[in-house]
Design a protein around this ligand. Structure first.
Ligand code: ZN
Length: 235
Protein backbone atom coordinates (compact mmCIF):
# COMPACT_ATOMS: atom_id res chain seq x y z
CA UNK A 1 0.00 0.00 0.00
CA UNK A 2 1.45 3.39 -0.96
CA UNK A 3 2.41 5.49 2.04
CA UNK A 4 0.16 8.42 1.05
CA UNK A 5 -2.95 6.26 0.77
CA UNK A 6 -2.21 4.69 4.14
CA UNK A 7 -1.96 8.10 5.77
CA UNK A 8 -5.25 9.20 4.18
CA UNK A 9 -7.03 6.04 5.36
CA UNK A 10 -5.71 6.43 8.87
CA UNK A 11 -6.87 10.02 8.89
CA UNK A 12 -10.35 9.02 7.70
CA UNK A 13 -10.54 6.31 10.32
CA UNK A 14 -9.54 8.78 13.01
CA UNK A 15 -12.18 11.24 11.85
CA UNK A 16 -14.77 8.50 11.90
CA UNK A 17 -13.93 7.64 15.50
CA UNK A 18 -14.04 11.29 16.50
CA UNK A 19 -17.38 11.70 14.73
CA UNK A 20 -18.82 8.67 16.47
CA UNK A 21 -17.65 9.87 19.87
CA UNK A 22 -19.20 13.24 19.16
CA UNK A 23 -22.53 11.63 18.27
CA UNK A 24 -22.54 9.61 21.48
CA UNK A 25 -21.72 12.76 23.42
CA UNK A 26 -24.51 14.67 21.71
CA UNK A 27 -26.96 11.89 22.48
CA UNK A 28 -25.92 12.11 26.13
CA UNK A 29 -26.50 15.85 26.15
CA UNK A 30 -29.83 15.60 24.34
CA UNK A 31 -31.26 13.09 26.73
CA UNK A 32 -31.04 12.84 30.49
CA UNK A 33 -27.35 12.74 31.39
CA UNK A 34 -28.04 12.57 35.14
CA UNK A 35 -30.55 9.75 34.95
CA UNK A 36 -29.37 6.53 36.51
CA UNK A 37 -31.90 3.92 35.38
CA UNK A 38 -33.27 1.55 38.00
CA UNK A 39 -35.02 -0.95 35.74
CA UNK A 40 -33.69 -3.24 33.02
CA UNK A 41 -35.84 -1.33 30.55
CA UNK A 42 -34.27 1.97 31.61
CA UNK A 43 -30.77 0.55 31.28
CA UNK A 44 -31.53 -0.78 27.78
CA UNK A 45 -32.76 2.68 26.77
CA UNK A 46 -29.62 4.38 28.12
CA UNK A 47 -27.49 1.94 26.13
CA UNK A 48 -29.45 2.85 23.01
CA UNK A 49 -31.01 -0.62 22.61
CA UNK A 50 -34.54 0.82 22.60
CA UNK A 51 -35.05 4.01 20.66
CA UNK A 52 -38.72 4.95 20.97
CA UNK A 53 -41.82 4.66 23.13
CA UNK A 54 -43.55 3.01 20.19
CA UNK A 55 -41.01 0.21 20.37
CA UNK A 56 -41.75 -0.29 24.07
CA UNK A 57 -45.51 -0.26 23.53
CA UNK A 58 -45.21 -2.77 20.69
CA UNK A 59 -43.34 -5.08 23.06
CA UNK A 60 -46.28 -4.73 25.43
CA UNK A 61 -44.03 -3.66 28.29
CA UNK A 62 -45.22 -1.75 31.33
CA UNK A 63 -43.18 1.42 31.93
CA UNK A 64 -42.18 1.82 35.57
CA UNK A 65 -39.78 4.76 35.43
CA UNK A 66 -41.18 8.23 34.62
CA UNK A 67 -37.72 9.25 33.39
CA UNK A 68 -38.29 6.97 30.39
CA UNK A 69 -41.04 9.38 29.28
CA UNK A 70 -38.77 12.40 29.87
CA UNK A 71 -36.12 10.67 27.79
CA UNK A 72 -38.34 10.21 24.74
CA UNK A 73 -40.92 13.02 24.97
CA UNK A 74 -39.63 16.57 25.09
CA UNK A 75 -41.38 19.85 25.91
CA UNK A 76 -43.95 18.22 28.17
CA UNK A 77 -46.27 20.71 29.83
CA UNK A 78 -48.39 20.10 32.89
CA UNK A 79 -51.72 21.44 34.12
CA UNK A 80 -53.24 20.88 37.51
CA UNK A 81 -56.94 20.33 36.82
CA UNK A 82 -59.51 22.20 38.88
CA UNK A 83 -61.21 19.11 40.24
CA UNK A 84 -62.06 20.41 43.72
CA UNK A 85 -64.99 22.23 45.21
CA UNK A 86 -65.31 25.81 43.91
CA UNK A 87 -62.81 24.98 41.15
CA UNK A 88 -59.98 24.44 43.60
CA UNK A 89 -57.02 22.58 42.10
CA UNK A 90 -57.36 19.83 44.74
CA UNK A 91 -59.87 17.78 46.68
CA UNK A 92 -59.70 16.78 50.29
CA UNK A 93 -59.85 13.11 51.01
CA UNK A 94 -60.27 11.87 54.54
CA UNK A 95 -59.17 8.67 56.06
CA UNK A 96 -59.43 7.33 59.57
CA UNK A 97 -56.26 6.36 61.38
CA UNK A 98 -55.63 5.16 64.96
CA UNK A 99 -54.95 8.75 65.96
CA UNK A 100 -58.13 10.12 64.33
CA UNK A 101 -59.17 11.73 61.09
CA UNK A 102 -56.48 12.67 58.58
CA UNK A 103 -56.86 14.86 55.53
CA UNK A 104 -54.96 14.34 52.34
CA UNK A 105 -54.69 16.40 49.20
CA UNK A 106 -55.97 14.71 46.08
CA UNK A 107 -54.88 16.31 42.79
CA UNK A 108 -55.20 15.47 39.14
CA UNK A 109 -52.51 16.52 36.68
CA UNK A 110 -52.70 16.37 32.89
CA UNK A 111 -49.52 16.47 30.81
CA UNK A 112 -48.91 16.78 27.09
CA UNK A 113 -46.59 18.10 24.42
CA UNK A 114 -49.35 20.05 22.59
CA UNK A 115 -48.72 17.77 19.61
CA UNK A 116 -49.76 14.18 20.28
CA UNK A 117 -48.66 12.90 23.66
CA UNK A 118 -51.06 13.21 26.57
CA UNK A 119 -51.27 11.69 30.05
CA UNK A 120 -53.48 11.96 33.13
CA UNK A 121 -52.50 11.12 36.69
CA UNK A 122 -53.97 11.22 40.18
CA UNK A 123 -51.85 11.91 43.26
CA UNK A 124 -52.60 11.88 46.96
CA UNK A 125 -50.40 13.09 49.79
CA UNK A 126 -50.39 14.99 53.07
CA UNK A 127 -48.63 17.90 51.37
CA UNK A 128 -49.95 19.66 48.26
CA UNK A 129 -46.52 19.55 46.58
CA UNK A 130 -46.21 15.84 47.27
CA UNK A 131 -49.63 15.19 45.73
CA UNK A 132 -48.64 17.13 42.59
CA UNK A 133 -45.36 15.21 42.26
CA UNK A 134 -47.16 11.91 42.62
CA UNK A 135 -49.86 12.90 40.09
CA UNK A 136 -47.20 14.03 37.62
CA UNK A 137 -45.37 10.73 37.95
CA UNK A 138 -48.59 8.77 37.38
CA UNK A 139 -49.49 10.95 34.37
CA UNK A 140 -46.13 10.13 32.79
CA UNK A 141 -46.51 6.43 33.39
CA UNK A 142 -49.94 6.52 31.73
CA UNK A 143 -49.03 8.61 28.69
CA UNK A 144 -50.56 7.83 25.28
CA UNK A 145 -49.95 8.96 21.70
CA UNK A 146 -53.16 10.33 20.20
CA UNK A 147 -53.77 9.76 16.51
CA UNK A 148 -55.22 12.92 15.03
CA UNK A 149 -56.69 13.79 11.66
CA UNK A 150 -59.60 15.55 9.98
CA UNK A 151 -62.70 13.38 10.13
CA UNK A 152 -65.01 16.33 9.59
CA UNK A 153 -67.37 16.07 6.59
CA UNK A 154 -67.59 19.88 6.52
CA UNK A 155 -63.82 20.23 6.24
CA UNK A 156 -62.03 17.26 4.72
CA UNK A 157 -58.70 19.08 4.56
CA UNK A 158 -56.78 16.00 5.66
CA UNK A 159 -54.63 17.90 8.18
CA UNK A 160 -54.11 16.88 11.81
CA UNK A 161 -56.17 19.65 13.43
CA UNK A 162 -58.98 17.44 14.74
CA UNK A 163 -59.63 13.76 15.34
CA UNK A 164 -60.17 11.16 12.61
CA UNK A 165 -63.34 9.53 13.97
CA UNK A 166 -65.92 9.85 16.77
CA UNK A 167 -64.52 8.75 20.06
CA UNK A 168 -66.27 7.65 23.22
CA UNK A 169 -65.06 7.73 26.83
CA UNK A 170 -66.52 6.83 30.20
CA UNK A 171 -65.72 7.17 33.90
CA UNK A 172 -68.19 6.68 36.74
CA UNK A 173 -71.53 8.19 35.69
CA UNK A 174 -69.89 10.46 33.10
CA UNK A 175 -69.79 9.64 29.40
CA UNK A 176 -68.32 11.85 26.69
CA UNK A 177 -68.37 11.74 22.92
CA UNK A 178 -65.73 13.66 20.96
CA UNK A 179 -66.56 14.42 17.33
CA UNK A 180 -64.36 15.77 14.51
CA UNK A 181 -64.94 19.50 13.82
CA UNK A 182 -63.94 21.69 10.84
CA UNK A 183 -60.92 23.96 10.93
CA UNK A 184 -61.51 27.06 13.04
CA UNK A 185 -64.32 25.57 15.11
CA UNK A 186 -62.13 25.46 18.21
CA UNK A 187 -62.59 23.12 21.13
CA UNK A 188 -66.26 23.04 21.98
CA UNK A 189 -66.12 21.63 25.49
CA UNK A 190 -66.01 22.67 29.11
CA UNK A 191 -62.74 23.74 30.74
CA UNK A 192 -61.63 20.39 32.15
CA UNK A 193 -62.04 18.66 28.79
CA UNK A 194 -60.46 21.60 26.97
CA UNK A 195 -57.37 21.52 29.19
CA UNK A 196 -56.72 17.89 28.27
CA UNK A 197 -57.52 18.25 24.55
CA UNK A 198 -55.19 21.25 24.21
CA UNK A 199 -52.33 19.32 25.76
CA UNK A 200 -52.99 16.52 23.26
CA UNK A 201 -52.70 19.03 20.39
CA UNK A 202 -56.34 18.76 19.30
CA UNK A 203 -57.42 22.14 17.89
CA UNK A 204 -60.98 21.62 16.67
CA UNK A 205 -63.47 19.22 18.19
CA UNK A 206 -67.11 18.97 19.27
CA UNK A 207 -68.05 17.24 22.48
CA UNK A 208 -71.17 16.13 24.26
CA UNK A 209 -71.43 14.75 27.76
CA UNK A 210 -73.91 12.87 29.92
CA UNK A 211 -73.99 12.15 33.63
CA UNK A 212 -72.71 14.08 36.61
CA UNK A 213 -70.10 16.23 34.85
CA UNK A 214 -69.69 18.43 37.94
CA UNK A 215 -67.56 15.59 39.24
CA UNK A 216 -64.61 17.01 37.36
CA UNK A 217 -62.31 14.10 38.10
CA UNK A 218 -64.70 11.71 36.34
CA UNK A 219 -65.07 14.14 33.44
CA UNK A 220 -61.27 14.33 33.11
CA UNK A 221 -60.95 10.54 33.22
CA UNK A 222 -63.74 10.11 30.63
CA UNK A 223 -62.01 12.63 28.32
CA UNK A 224 -58.70 10.81 28.68
CA UNK A 225 -60.48 7.50 28.09
CA UNK A 226 -61.85 8.87 24.79
CA UNK A 227 -58.35 10.02 23.75
CA UNK A 228 -56.83 6.70 24.76
CA UNK A 229 -59.17 4.94 22.35
CA UNK A 230 -57.69 7.14 19.60
CA UNK A 231 -54.14 6.28 20.58
CA UNK A 232 -52.06 4.67 17.85
CA UNK A 233 -51.03 1.76 19.95
CA UNK A 234 -53.61 0.74 22.47
CA UNK A 235 -52.19 0.05 25.89
ZN1 ZN B 1 -59.92 19.65 8.24
Amino acid sequence: MPEVQKVVEEKELKEEVVQEAKQIEEAEIDHLPNWIPKTGMGKAIKRGKITSLEELWKMGKVIKEPEIIDYFVHDLQERVLKTGRGKRPFKWVQRMTDSGRRNKYSVMVAIGDNKSFVGLGLGRAKEYGGAIASALRNAKLDIVFVKKGCGSWDCGCGADHSIPVDSYGKSGSVTIILRPAPKGAGIIANNTTRDILELAGVKDVYSSTKGHTKTRSNLAKATFDALRSLSMIKQ
